[in-house]
Design a protein around this ligand. Structure first.
Ligand SMILES: C[S@@+](CC[C@H](N)C(=O)[O-])C[C@H]1O[C@@H](n2cnc3c(N)ncnc32)[C@H](O)[C@@H]1O
Length: 248
């Protein structure tokens, strides 16, 4: 994909320095605990430690998780504000700011693992998602694995340990491809984040089109012994973790 052909993501709140600062304080508490609890096992079962690309690394939370698991991880993002904080938090780490869709400056050209932890929630159209998936597939080794962590459509319709959607009842009517809104309750000033709802059928279609094969789909639920004050998490999964093979 030519970088010049790629429109910007929908209003990328992650480009704002104040949002980036709030994001960097999140860590893996509250609703995110479900990812920190289950992702390490999912990764270990599917990809031995090797070269990993963290697509949309933000302030580096997911990159540091990969490094802690023994992967040689490179974080990559389109937001200078997010990557600046990632570098401050992990001065020894490798973090790259890329132009949207231009991956020519990455330090490794083929990866064993690509992790995408939440960027797809924010990428506007199916066409752009498809172009990005096709490009990411080219960055994988033949036996490489792509793990795509996304928000479930349900996250926009309920209340959670870390999020509220109560001010946006219109989310309940949203169809795949529509804009939905959500607020992270732990953030100062509660900025509204606009995402794109994308359902399971749409993701499966996209993976098929881009040559990825679905290996597994995980929907972690909260457990009573997690030590988190769950709200909806014990009965409805807020996240979906897709494990995909680049070999269709
Ligand atoms: C919700 S944050 C997640 C950050 C990190 N993965 C984590 O889990 O903490 C999503 C990130 O994806 C980035 N992003 C969105 N669209 C992108 C694109 N087309 N290419 C690279 N990064 C993108 C945003 O700038 C933002 O930093």
């Amino acid at each position: 994909m030519d970088a010049r052909d790629v429109p910007e993501t929908i209003e990328n709140v992650y480009g704002s320095r104040s949002y980036a600062t709030e994001y960097s304080k999140l860590d893996w508490g509250g609703t995110y605990h479900l990812i920190a609890r289950d992702l390490p096992t999912i990764l270990r079962e599917n990809v031995p430690p090797g070269h990993a690309l963290d697509f949309g690394c933000g302030t580096g939370r997911s990159t540091r998780l990969l490094k802690d698991l023994g992967y040689h991880a490179v974080g990559m993002d389109i937001s200078e504000a997010m990557v600046t904080i990632a570098r401050d938090l992990d001065p020894q780490g490798e973090y790259v700011v890329v132009e949207n869709g231009n991956y020519s400056t990455l330090p490794v050209d083929k990866f064993d693992l690509i992790l995408s932890c939440f960027p797809f929630d924010n990428i506007p159209t199916a066409e752009i998602k498809l172009a990005i998936l096709q490009d990411l597939r080219k960055l994988l080794l033949p036996a490489g694995v792509f793990v795509n962590v996304v928000s479930s459509p349900e996250i926009y319709r309920h209340e959670w340990a870390t999020f509220t959607t109560a001010p946006f009842p219109e989310n309940r009517l949203a169809q795949s491809g529509d804009v939905v809104r959500i607020i992270t309750t732990t953030f100062a000033d509660s900025p509204v984040c606009e995402d794109i709802l994308f359902d399971e059928a749409s993701y499966r279609h996209l993976y098929n089109q881009s040559g990825f094969r679905v290996v597994a789909k995980h929907e972690p639920l909260g457990h009573n012994d997690d030590g988190v004050e769950w709200r909806t998490e014990t009965t409805i999964a807020p996240w979906v973790i897709w494990v995909l093979s680049g070999n269709s």
